[in-house]
Design a protein around this ligand. Sequence first.
Ligand SMILES: Nc1ncnc2c1ncn2[C@@H]1O[C@H](COP(=O)(O)OP(=O)(O)OP(=O)(O)O)[C@@H](O)[C@H]1O
Length: 601
Amino acid sequence: MSGSVSSTVPSSSRLSRAITRRSLPRPSLNSGLMMWPLSIVNNSLKLIISLLALSFRTRLTRYAHDRYLGGITFYKASNLDTRCPNPDQLLVQDIDKWADSLSTLYSDIAKPIVDIFLFGYKLGQAIGKDAPAFMVSYFIFSGVVLRSLSPPFGKYTAMEQKLEGDFRFTHSRVLAHAEEIAFYRGGDREKTLVNATFDKIVNHVNTVIRLRFTNGVIDSVFVKYLATMLAYYLLARPVFDSSRATSYMGGAGADPTQIMEDYSRNSSYLVNLSQAVGRIILAGRDLTRFAGYTSRVSELFDVLDDIHSGKYESTMVTGNEAERAQTGKVSADDLKGQVETRDGIIEFKNVPIVTPNGDVLVKELSFKIDQGMNCMITGPNGCGKSSLFRILGDLWPLFGGHVAKPAPESLFYVPQKPYLALGTLRDQVIYPHTREQALARGYTDDKIMELLDVVRLAYLVEREGGFDAVQDWASALSGGEKHGYGGMSRLFYHKPSTFAVLDECTSAVSVDVEGIMYQHARKENITLFTVSHRTTLTKYHQYVLKFDGEGGYEFKRLHNEDDSSAFAFSHGKSSKSAKLGDLEATPVADEAAAEAPAAEN
Ligand SMILES: Nc1ncnc2c1ncn2[C@@H]1O[C@H](COP(=O)(O)OP(=O)(O)OP(=O)(O)O)[C@@H](O)[C@H]1O
């Protein structure tokens, strides 16, 4: 930080007077006492700037958290939009740097402005108004020249932050998948990838510091050396110019000691004035860096705003319409689907299953499930089983058709990958509720233990040291235990009033425990959608929705308890290479397909 209060002006002139008169100055009580206020003021400036930076960061981070973590924006920002690949870097580092940069900029500009007025006024009084005016004009001129010669450092700063984000991402991936990488002995491969992203930073920073060097040389010549020469010329002018000497520096024939004393005082004024103006000019450099951080942070907020208003930009989205193919944008106008909230039913009518990239997995899907009727979803990998539920859960946009479903709180989704929260063992079961919320619902530890008994995981409470134990649960629990804790026990705790989706979440659990879980769900009156490849599960379901992986599907009632064979696909196939734009050409859907099975109820 450059701002500090200077006390050099009076003391330097007293000292030069003492030197030229060869008499020791008397210790001054004034100077002794001034040490304390000066020291307090200087450190107060530092304190205020640090507090300012912290307060900028706090406010902006809280605001960003509200926007980013509100609803499911965090999911959409990384899955539906490709503009902000590393929002974590933006939230953690870029906002911090932005706040820091803004607060120092404030001191770099506010303090020198005060100095310019103060020392300009004093200098004007001492050697005439034209000297400070001349000095300030010179600095303005050199500021314009330097600005025009300066490379776009703001852009370089934004680029550097982006590369830092990519680098951080490669490291967090290694951490997140440490076990898998270790099994594959993939350390060397990961090192190559991590080093490659790090090399990009090194190359970029290398170029930037070289440019800063050249720029710094030019800056120094203009702001330091040429300015100093000019300053000493202005100071010496009254000494050698007899016409000026009559008005300043004690007049013609003044005492040399007096001239020296005045010269010394005036040069201190001028040095302080020059330093102040120079700092403002050099603050331009910090301003470009600040512009870089600002562009990063504002990019995040632009994306969040767009997501809130239903606009996404994905570089991979292509379509038949020329405009969409060029821009890769999905606007709210593209979303022609209708959603209706209806209790006790889930119905899809002519709904296209479209990925965020614009791939059409199924052109039109129609089915209807009433409460109490479990439905099994099968099909090859990547055919769109989970995608169907992403649309049902409003994670992906609805591009067409009509969906009727109960209110979000009546639907519960148990994902393929179990999620284990930061916190205690109890928190894993009641997530996202807090302990207070759980108690308010009547869930004491004893009652939670009953749930764990159902999923055969009660032994874990003792093993891990009680419900209050805190661990990195993702690594402390086995695959099946994670599914049990992060999935099924959570489902039974939340007990959705109507439907639940089990997305291959019981695959890591033994068949007998799986059976017990299904029976418990039925007892609790939870209607299940099960995505699974296990034919043993068919007996717990009344309907089956089977995708063929090429855009076709069949939805039918299971006549016999274990009827899991001989499906004839009743709906046309459409290649996965079909794109979002092709949806327009789809013929009007066959509503009867949706009605027929439902009619069997
Ligand atoms: N966020 C995403 N962005 C773009 N495409 C995606 C995204 N998520 C999934 N996809 C694509 O959508 C297709 C269907 O994925 P989905 O997860 O629905 O498959 P699935 O039928 O559940 O497969 P599996 O049985 O392997 O789990 C895949 O080709 C996948 O690449």
